[in-house]
Design a binder for this molecule. Structure first.
Ligand SMILES: Cc1ncc(COP(=O)(O)O)c(C=O)c1O
Length: 446
C-alpha cells in the first residue's frame, strides 16, 4: 500500500483532517505526488499517522469534495490533479538559472532541524500570550535573554560574563555597525580573505579598511588601527584556527597600538575533530570585543546576535543605544530567550552537529583526491584550494545542476587565493549526495 510523507502536529491549532488535506494539496501541486498516483486507504492512512479512521476519512472526503481525489470509499483512491496546474517537480536541476533558487551550498545556510517548526510555533505562542512592554525595552536587550546568554557564554565559551555585560544585537553585522561607530578614530584591519559583510559595514561607517593577511597575524602592523577584526576559532573563509603563538602576538600588537581586537565567534559550536576552540576573549577580555550570532545555530533570518565588549566601549555603545534602542524587536528577543530557557538551542545544535559531522566526512573523502583542503573543516562549510579556472568550471557545473557554491577569490581583497567554498548545511540529504557527484565529476574532468 502506498504511503505518503505526511505528518500531524498535535500542537497545531488546526483540526487533524485540515492538516492532512493541506499537506496532500501541497504534495499534488508541487508534483511530488504524480497525477493519477494511488493513495493509501483511510485505514492505512490512519495507521500510518496514528490517527483515528474517522480523521482519515474526513480528510479524504474533504479532498474528494474539492476534486483532488478520484474513487469511492472502499474501492481505492487516486490523486486527480487534472485542471490544477502542477508545478514542476522541485529538483535542483529544474530550478537552475534563477540564482536565488539554486540550492545554497554556501558558508552560511544552516541545516534545518525538522523539529524546529514545532519548537518555533511553541515559542511564538508563548510570546503571543505575553504583554509587550509599553515603553522601549532596556537598551542592552531584554533581561531574560541577557541572563540566558551570559550563562551560555560562561558554560560554552569560557567567558566570565555577567548579564549586564551582554548586549543583544541585530546579528553580528548589527553589532559590528554599533562597534565601528563607537571605536576611537582610526582604520579597521580586517582579515584578507575575510567576511565581506564586515568590510562593507566598516566602509559604511566611514572607516578605512586595512588588509590583515591571513596567516601573517604575528607580523601584522596595527599602528593607526582602532579595531582588528578576526575569526580566530574558524577563519572565514579559509577555515584556519589561529594558533596560540599568533593569538598572543595579535593581542600584544593590539595592546601596543591601542587597538581593539574584534572577535567574530560565528560558528564555534560546530567542530568535529576537537572540542570547540576557546574564545580569544577569554584570554584578554579587556582588549577583545566578542561577537556571537544565532545565524548559524538557529536561523540567519532571526537577525539576532550578542556582544560582550571591553568596559569603556560597552559604556559608549550602551549610551548610543539608550538613545536609539537599536536592537532586535522585543518578540524576537523573547522567542529566542524561550528557546534557550527550554534547552532547545542546545538540542538543535546537538542534532545539527551530527548531520554536519557526517557530511563533513563525506565532503573530505569525495574532494580530497581532487583539491587541497585550505584548513580544518568546521561549521557548515569546507574550503578548497584550486587553480582559478578549475574553480570557475566547477562552480559553473554546479550551477548548471542547480547548486550554488562560492569562489574563494570573491573573499579576497589583496590576497591571492583561488578555490571553492563548499557548504553542507543548505541541501537535503539527497541534494547533498547529488551535489558531491556533480562536483567530483566536474573536478575529475578538469
Ligand atoms: C564570518 C561570519 N560572521 C558572522 C556571520 C553571521 O552574521 P549575522 O549574525 O549578521 O547574520 C556570518 C554569516 O555568514 C559569517 O560568515
Amino acid at each position: 500500500m502506498p504511503t505518503l510523507p505526511l505528518q500531524v502536529d498535535r500542537d497545531d491549532p488546526r483540526p487533524l483532517p485540515t492538516q492532512i488535506a493541506a499537506q496532500v494539496r501541497e504534495l499534488a501541486l508541487s508534483g511530488r505526488v504524480a497525477d493519477g498516483a494511488r493513495l493509501p486507504s483511510t485505514r492505512a492512512l490512519a495507521a500510518d499517522l496514528g490517527v483515528s479512521r474517522g480523521v482519515a476519512e474526513q480528510a479524504w472526503d474533504q479532498l474528494r469534495a474539492e476534486g483532488w481525489l478520484e474513487g469511492r470509499r472502499g474501492s481505492g483512491t487516486w490523486l486527480r490533479v487534472g485542471g490544477f496546474a502542477q508545478r514542476a517537480v522541485e529538483s535542483p536541476a529544474t530550478r537552475r538559472g534563477v540564482d536565488e533558487e539554486l540550492v545554497m551550498m554556501d558558508a552560511g545556510t544552516p541545516w534545518r532541524d525538522p523539529r524546529q517548526s514545532a519548537l518555533w510555533r511553541r515559542a511564538w505562542r508563548e510570546v503571543s500570550t505575553a504583554d509587550p512592554p509599553r515603553a522601549y525595552e532596556e537598551p542592552g536587550g531584554i533581561e531574560e535573554l541577557r541572563v540566558a546568554l551570559a550563562e551560555r557564554l560562561r558554560r560554552t565559551r569560557g567567558l566570565a560574563v555577567e548579564p549586564d555585560q551582554v548586549l543583544v544585537t541585530s546579528g553580528t553585522v548589527g553589532g559590528l555597525r554599533q562597534l565601528f561607530a563607537a571605536l576611537s578614530p582610526g582604520e579597521i584591519a580586517i582579515e584578507d580573505p575575510g567576511f565581506r559583510a564586515a568590510v562593507v559595514t566598516a566602509e559604511l561607517a566611514g572607516r578605512v579598511v586595512r588588509s590583515l593577511p591571513v596567516g601573517e597575524g604575528a607580523e601584522s602592523d596595527l599602528a593607526g588601527c582602532a579595531g582588528a577584526y578576526v575569526t580566530p576559532s574558524h577563519q572565514h573563509p579559509t577555515g584556519r584556527v589561529l594558533p596560540a603563538d599568533e593569538r598572543l602576538a595579535l593581542l600584544r600588537r593590539a595592546e601596543g597600538s591601542g587597538c581593539v581586537v574584534i572577535e567574530d565567534d560565528y560558528d564555534s559550536e560546530f567542530r568535529y575533530d576537537v572540542a570547540p576552540v576557546p574564545a580569544l576573549a577569554s584570554m584578554a577580555p579587556g582588549r577583545v570585543a566578542y561577537l556571537g550570532t544565532a545565524s548559524k545555530t538557529v536561523l540567519p533570518s532571526l537577525r539576532l546576535g550578542w556582544m560582550v565588549l571591553p568596559e569603556s566601549l560597552h559604556g559608549a555603545v550602551l549610551a548610543h543605544r539608550a538613545v536609539t534602542f537599536d536592537m532586535p524587536p522585543w518578540p524576537v528577543q523573547k522567542a529566542f530567550a524561550t528557546l534557550l530557557r527550554d534547552g532547545h538551542v542546545d538540542a538543535v545544535i546537538r542534532s545539527a552537529r551530527k548531520v554536519y559531522a557526517a557530511r563533513a566526512e563525506k565532503v573530505v573523502a569525495a574532494l580530497s583526491p581532487h583539491a587541497e583542503l585550505a584548513g580544518p573543516v568546521a561549521g557548515m562549510y569546507s574550503t578548497w584550494l584550486l587553480e582559478p579556472d578549475r574553480a570557475l568550471r566547477a562552480r559553473e557545473a554546479m550551477a548548471a545542476a542547480g547548486f550554488r557554491i562560492n569562489l574563494l577569490a570573491d573573499y579576497c581583497r589583496n590576497a591571492d587565493l583561488s578555490g571553492l567554498l563548499v557548504g553542507f548545511g543548505g541541501p537535503t540529504d539527497a541534494e547533498f549526495e547529488l551535489a558531491l557527484e556533480v562536483l567530483v565529476s566536474a573536478l575529475s574532468r578538469s
